[in-house]
Design a protein around this ligand. Structure first.
Ligand SMILES: [Zn+2]
Ligand SMILES: [Zn+2]
Length: 372
């Protein structure tokens, strides 16, 4: 994309009442003006002017790393990037309004990150669907179900800062074609005689395998394979709140969606993500070929796979995040801003666990004494 036509929507979607920049409002599922409150309806699937979800050629992007960069701030100078000195996550603020603490770990030590404008522009995103009030309700339920969490934590649920953050993801498409060869194993049974423990002769069926060489080929289309680019959210938590419905519900990127929210800048770059994607596809192809081998089992599976027409998108997905420190450790609770799925880390209260163990022991003691 040429720099002139790239942020086509930038600043072109002002509030009809006061002319200020509109922001995405999760509770109303519409664009709203943060100053005068005017709401501009937004139907899902309706592309904002000049925006569409497009796949980009992977080969070309890797060999021409300068195209498709920049974030589309209202003006180039308004965007700010900061990096957390504690967890190293980099946050981007399209409207230049920087948070005082790191959204990912709560640390106050954040410093300006040189914004080199080398970041690949997000092409599309999932706008927030779960509002912060809905997420707070879920959060309260989640804390309520943590039996062994310290009480201090539960009271914190109502006051903790809840941050809405767009996380960076890469998605990849590819047409795969593979040839495979393997030894296909067919089971058959032979009758064997043996002596049992009483010295009697018995017979039994023993499974044998007949190995036959086999070969084949397959074609498979990989559609929107996801690779996270985040450094801020712990990977194990992220896996628990996936999936994000990126195949069906993506909207074309427009700064209106991210203005007023925190956006994390990816730290797994396209080159790294592409390799992770290639490895994941290779593993899946291996499994798919394995399923094609005839017979009951197989061995020595060799797969030669080619991936053609590889394309990618850089997308943003919404999460709600609470981070807190307890003792010396930092914990995260994460909610999927689209589906509402939740996952979290928690400290354990050893006092409560101790009492629970004691109660169980007493119960066992009681039952034993009643049976006597
Ligand atoms: Zn307004
Ligand atoms: Zn941090």
């Amino acid at each position: 994309m040429a720099p002139t036509d790239q942020p086509a929507t930038v600043g072109k979607h002002p509030c009809p009442e006061c002319g200020a920049d509109l922001q995405w409002n999760a509770a109303r599922q519409a664009l709203a003006c943060p100053y005068c409150g005017t709401v501009v309806p937004y139907a899902p699937g309706q592309a904002l002017p000049g925006a569409s979800v497009v796949e980009q050629d992977l080969q070309q992007a890797l060999s021409h790393p300068a195209s498709g960069r920049g974030w589309g701030g209202a003006a180039a100078g308004e965007k700010r990037e900061v990096q957390c000195q504690s967890c190293h996550a980099i946050s981007v603020f399209v409207d230049g309004k920087v948070a005082r603490r790191c959204d990912f770990c709560g640390s106050p030590s954040i410093i300006d990150h040189p914004s080199l404008n080398d970041a690949i522009t997000p092409q599309s995103l999932l706008p927030f669907k779960v509002s912060d009030a809905q997420m707070r309700t879920r959060l309260r339920q989640w804390y309520g179900s943590r039996w062994f969490a310290p009480n201090k934590l539960k009271s914190a649920a109502l006051t903790d800062t809840l941050s809405g953050v767009y996380l960076p993801y890469w998605t990849f498409d590819a047409q795969a074609s593979a040839r495979w060869r393997a030894d296909a194993g067919h089971y058959y049974y032979e009758t064997e005689s043996y002596q049992d423990s009483k010295g009697q002769r018995q017979t039994r069926q023993v499974r044998q395998v007949r190995w036959v060489p086999a070969a084949g080929s397959l074609a498979h289309f990989f559609d929107d394979e996801l690779v996270p680019g985040t450094a801020g959210v712990h990977p194990a938590l992220l896996r628990q709140i996936e999936p994000f419905p990126t195949l069906t519900d993506l909207q074309a990127y427009s700064p209106e969606f991210v203005r007023g929210w925190t956006v994390e800048r990816y730290q797994i770059d396209l080159g790294k993500a592409e390799k992770l994607n290639q490895e994941a596809m290779q593993q899946q192809i291996q499994v798919l070929c394995g399923r094609q081998v005839p017979g009951d089992t197989f061995r020595n599976l060799q797969v030669d796979a080619q991936f053609q027409g590889r394309t990618f998108k850089h997308i943003l997905v919404p999460v709600w995040l609470v981070s807190y420190t307890y003792g010396a450790r930092s914990f995260q609770v994460v909610g999927n801003g689209y589906t509402g799925a939740m996952a979290g880390e928690q400290p354990y209260s050893w006092v409560k666990i101790g009492f629970a163990v004691l109660a169980v022991l007493l119960l066992i003691l009681l039952m034993v004494s009643m049976n006597q």
